[in-house]
Design a protein around this ligand. Structure first.
Ligand SMILES: [Zn+2]
Ligand SMILES: [Zn+2]
Length: 88
């Protein structure tokens, strides 16, 4: 079955991603897809492009807890804190 990937961003946005034609139809070299595609969910570690601010573009920037102790290259937390994302 063909596979449609959906990206789930930390901001809550969901975006349609890559569509993979299955081997069966690919090998037939036809422009067909299965009547129903399998959907695959992929979690993205960051916000989407729409909700990430441009560097130098202004706006409220928050810094993730990573560099809290001044230890660069520390392990990334699987669960990012969400409560400080919109506070000043
Ligand atoms: Zn297919
Ligand atoms: Zn978003």
């Amino acid at each position: 079955m063909c596979t449609q990937t959906y990206y789930h961003y930390q901001c809550g946005c969901k975006q349609k991603g890559e569509f993979e034609q299955c081997d069966r139809l690919f090998d037939l070299k036809v422009n067909l897809q299965c009547a129903t595609a399998d959907s695959k969910d992929k979690t993205v570690r960051s916000y989407c492009a729409k909700h990430l601010l441009k560097e130098g573009g202004g706006g409220v920037v928050y810094i993730a807890s990573k560099q809290r102790d001044g230890v660069p290259g520390g392990k990334e937390n699987a669960a990012e804190p969400r409560d400080n994302s919109n506070r000043m």
